[in-house]
Design a protein around this ligand. Structure first.
Ligand code: HEC
Ligand code: HEC
Ligand code: HEC
Ligand code: HEC
Ligand code: HEC
Ligand code: HEC
Ligand code: HEC
Ligand code: HEC
Ligand code: HEC
Ligand code: HEC
Length: 316
């Protein structure tokens, strides 16, 4: 894929590159003798060359990475042998790549689009340090099963988002790369304050995997909603079964063109379950009190449940 002209240029430059690498390598060795605030000297395993060597040819990526949370640790204050590998803690041993002047990639994981390293192995690189906490349920999660790479959502070489090294400036844009419809729904007239920046996809979902269906953080849809809408939890003297079952029977949390995030307009919403032969929905003859007020909730205004002794009709 790399064009021939460039290859010739590279070949011509190899000796220079190597020269610089060796020079810097030896000055780094001298540096280690100094007692200053340098990190403790580390003996690199076979095949590894150390971050200073990578820097000779990749100065800009080096500088950018140095400004990230991981870069600050790995390059300046490594706390263990893995972190001390610096660039190579992720990219793998770079000696062959360096000796070829950057033309060979044997053993190097580049994470680039044309990188033949299988996704599972690439993710394994990140998981060797990040398997605990939020990634406990990664294996077998919908995203893992669909072969998503950590790097579909994360850009680690440089800070693009304010936090969490996301691939796009915001989380909604990060998820929106693939979930176009969910992203579009946020623009509908009724929506929770996501596009206003007060909530985000991970207010409800954990993209790394959960024990619940649909990557929900709570144990169920309702538990998820109760974290912010506690008053809907009850207990109620008179419950409305579809509410106890799932808020998503009536609401679409991602946005709707009907008021209050309702999936269907009223009274059709209620009529999905309350058959038309019964009171409210019997032919809406002019003059009937039920016609005048087509919105069932004008009378049955405790649709989420009632605590009134005579509220069994969910009307008080
Ligand atoms: C935490 C893992 C990790 C570390 C450590 C790391 N890289 Fe990367 N590198 C990646 C990933 C992943 C990509 C693919 C693009 C991305 O996600 O940022 C990448 C991409 C690159 C690229 C391709 C161009 C670019 O900037 O996207 C170069 C060159 C590179 N890294 C060099 C380095 C150098 C030099 C160091 C050490 C200073 C280093 N990397 C440290 C993970 C890492
Ligand atoms: C002698 C110079 C030299 C050294 C030293 C060097 N590289 Fe490279 N590297 C190159 C060249 C040249 C390329 C090809 C650039 C290209 O195709 O854009 C390259 C490509 C890469 C890429 C792939 C970039 C892409 O977009 O596909 C990564 C990742 C990378 N190097 C990481 C490293 C790491 C990590 C080290 C240290 C272990 C290192 N390099 C040391 C010269 C070097
Ligand atoms: C050598 C261990 C190691 C490897 C490999 C590694 N990380 Fe990290 N990562 C860390 C440490 C340490 C931190 C600092 C925060 C912490 O203590 O959790 C961190 C932080 C992060 C953060 C949070 C950044 C922030 O600003 O909050 C993200 C996201 C992340 N890593 C993603 C990745 C991805 C993606 C990969 C694979 C390409 C990867 N890491 C590889 C050790 C590692
Ligand atoms: C589908 C998108 C997506 C994928 C795939 C993904 N992440 Fe994340 N990750 C996120 C988002 C969004 C956040 C921010 C969450 C937050 O701030 O609560 C995050 C946060 C993190 C953090 C920092 C906060 C924390 O939980 O410690 C780390 C570390 C991390 N991810 C590592 C990984 C690793 C490792 C992989 C691959 C196994 C991965 N992520 C795959 C979207 C993703
Ligand atoms: C207020 C909570 C909440 C927020 C915020 C939220 N979701 Fe959801 N999401 C849910 C619930 C609940 C479900 C499951 C609905 C069901 O089972 O009927 C779901 C389902 C999904 C599904 C699966 C849809 C399907 O039909 O299987 C995707 C994809 C999704 N959400 C993506 C997103 C994205 C992307 C964002 C951010 C733009 C987001 N969600 C924000 C609560 C939320
Ligand atoms: C690189 C593409 C990609 C990105 C980015 C992405 N997803 Fe997904 N997501 C998928 C795929 C593929 C599926 C599986 C869809 C399917 O099976 O129908 C999925 C499924 C889901 C589901 C449904 C899970 C289930 O049990 O059915 C939710 C919820 C979800 N993603 C949320 C998110 C959130 C939140 C983000 C951002 C943090 C995100 N996704 C980013 C590709 C992506
Ligand atoms: C992270 C907190 C949070 C979670 C979790 C949450 N909500 Fe909300 N919800 C809000 C906020 C904030 C508002 C806006 C309230 C306001 O404007 O007074 C809101 C508003 C609403 C509204 C009214 C929308 C309108 O147009 O007025 C409905 C309906 C709603 N949420 C349903 C749900 C459902 C169903 C769930 C679970 C799938 C859920 N919410 C989970 C925070 C949350
Ligand atoms: C049977 C259908 C139905 C179910 C199920 C349902 N709701 Fe509602 N919800 C409504 C209707 C209808 C409205 C509009 C009320 C009105 O017009 O007065 C509404 C309004 C809301 C509002 C905004 C107004 C208010 O009362 O605060 C929130 C928040 C809300 N619902 C949350 C929830 C939560 C959380 C759940 C699950 C525990 C849930 N809903 C289950 C029908 C339902
Ligand atoms: C997903 C189905 C479903 C939807 C949608 C639904 N309901 Fe119900 N509703 C039920 C069930 C089931 C009962 C319990 C019936 C029973 O106990 O005989 C019930 C009970 C009631 C009752 C109490 C009457 C009684 O006989 O106990 C009222 C009033 C009511 N619903 C009004 C509404 C209104 C108003 C709406 C629209 C906002 C609505 N329902 C939407 C399923 C639904
Ligand atoms: C003007 C007030 C009013 C409106 C509007 C109204 N209802 Fe009623 N509803 C009542 C009263 C009062 C009762 C008690 C039984 C009766 O008088 O027929 C009742 C009873 C019910 C019952 C329980 C009895 C039965 O027949 O099962 C259900 C379910 C019900 N309504 C659903 C609805 C639905 C769905 C709508 C909207 C299409 C609606 N109601 C609109 C006042 C109203």
């Amino acid at each position: 894929m790399r064009n021939a002209g460039r290859r010739i240029l590279l070949a011509a430059l190899i000796p220079t590159f190597l020269g610089v690498a060796i020079l810097v390598g030896s000055s780094a060795l001298q540096g280690q003798v100094k007692p200053a605030a340098e990190p403790a000297p580390t003996v690199l395993p076979r095949g590894f060359v150390g971050a200073e060597t990578c820097k000779t040819c990749h100065t800009e990526p080096f500088e950018q990475f140095s400004a990230t949370t991981m870069g600050k640790l790995f390059l300046k204050h490594p706390r263990n042998a893995k972190e001390a590998l610096g660039c190579e803690s992720c990219h793998g041993p770079g000696q062959a790549h360096v000796e070829s002047g950057g033309t060979a990639f044997d053993g190097l994981i580049t994470f680039a689009k044309q990188d033949p390293t299988p996704v599972e192995q690439r993710n394994g690189v990140c998981l060797q340090c990040h398997e605990r906490a939020a990634r406990l349920h990664w294996q077998g999660s919908p995203h893992e099963l669909r072969d998503l790479a950590c790097t579909n959502c994360h850009r680690v070489m440089t800070n693009i988002s304010e936090r969490s090294q996301l691939a796009k400036p915001t989380e909604i844009e990060t998820c929106g790369q693939c979930h176009l419809e969910r992203r579009a729904q946020l623009m509908r007239s009724s929506h929770m304050p996501l596009r206003e920046g007060k909530m985000t996809c991970t207010s409800c979902h954990d993209p790394h995997g959960t024990v619940t269906d649909k990557l929900l953080k709570g144990n169920s849809v309702n538990d998820n909603c109760y974290t912010c809408h506690a008053e809907k939890r009850g207990p109620f003297l008179w419950e409305h079964p579809p509410v106890m079952e799932s808020c998503s029977n009536c609401h679409d949390p991602h946005g709707s063109n009907h008021e209050k995030l309702l999936k269907v307009f009223k009274p059709r919403l209620c009529q999905q379950c309350h058959v038309e032969t019964r009171h409210p929905t019997t032919p809406q003859t002019p003059g009937s009190r039920f016609v005048f007020n087509r919105s069932c909730t004008n009378c049955h205004n405790r649709v989420h449940g009632s605590n009134h002794p005579s509220g069994q009709l969910l009307n008080r």
